[in-house]
Design a protein around this ligand. Structure first.
Ligand code: ADP
Ligand code: MG
Length: 255
């Protein structure tokens, strides 16, 4: 039963690559204001779900609704404009740009590595470079990168590169932030700090959909967890319920 009042609802979504059903008749809904996690083993279809939501791939079947608007197969830049921004499983940063420039670019429109001019955001941002720079300054303080603003983003530590990506996503003023395995490859300290940051972002009123491979990471952070395997939903509920779910344990042991 899908709650169609959610900020984002996917309904009967399917996507195959050749013979592989990466996402198979998947439905779930994200409540506004929540941190909602999608977990599952490698190859379960998690990143494909993000790519279907953000218009990177078109679904074979099914629907994506954001704030009661059908955004299925919408162009990636239009999805961003509608209020959904994301980070990628593999960090994508331009090697020639400083931290400040990278995040400033986020006040324009960045999706899938392509940069578009300032097509959206407020008239303020479009017409007023100063307002955009002030917003970037605010975000850099918020994510703890202000002191590194003039360094090349791609030269920072892995944890800080992830922060740059998050800052760039925030610069797009999202209502929904999609994070694809944001703590993969991080040490325990970096992981803890990023989790704290996500919690702060959420407290600012931004709904978060986070993909994780390790369910222990999201147990503390998330309000709701959807577990997928082989592109299908295995279980769904609050962390307490998911933690000891037999089908979930089996999926994780079986791979
Ligand atoms: P996860 O993020 O859960 O690890 P993915 O969504 O990346 O899983 O992948 C799900 C399945 O779809 C895998 O079998 C993967 O090989 C396949 N897949 C994902 N993207 C593509 C693509 N662009 N082309 C072909 N197969 C893909
Ligand atoms: Mg993935």
């Amino acid at each position: 039963n899908v709650n169609s009042d959610g900020i984002l609802t996917i309904k009967n979504l399917s996507k195959s690559f050749g013979g592989i059903k990466a996402v198979n008749d998947l439905s779930f809904s994200i409540t506004e204001g929540h941190i909602h996690a999608v977990i599952g083993p490698n190859g379960a279809g998690k990143s494909t779900v993000f790519n279907l939501i953000t218009g990177v791939f078109m679904p074979d079947n099914g629907e994506v609704r954001f704030k009661n608007r059908n955004i299925t197969s919408m162009r990636t830049d239009h999805v961003a404009k509608a209020g959904i921004s994301r980070t990628f499983q593999n960090i994508r940063l331009f090697p020639e740009m400083t931290v400040f420039e990278t995040v400033l670019m986020g006040t324009y429109l960045i999706t899938g590595g392509k940069v578009f001019p300032a097509l959206f955001l407020t008239k303020n941002f479009r017409n007023n470079e100063k307002a955009a720079k002030e917003r970037v300054e605010e975000i850099l303080h918020f994510v703890g990168l202000w002191d590194m603003r003039d360094e090349y983003a791609a030269k920072l530590s892995y944890g800080n590169q992830r922060r740059v990506e998050i800052a760039r996503a925030l610069a797009m003023n999202p209502q929904l932030l999609l994070l694809d395995e944001p703590t993969a490859g991080m040490n325990p300290q970096e992981t803890k700090e990023l989790m704290d940051l996500f919690s702060l972002v959420n407290k600012q009123g931004i709904t978060i959909l986070i993909i994780a491979h390790d369910m222990n990471l999201v147990n503390v952070l998330s309000d709701q967890i959807t577990v997928i395997n082989f592109g299908e939903k295995l279980a769904e509920g609050p962390p307490k319920m998911i933690h000891n779910h037999p089908a979930v344990i089996e999926a994780y042991m079986g791979r």
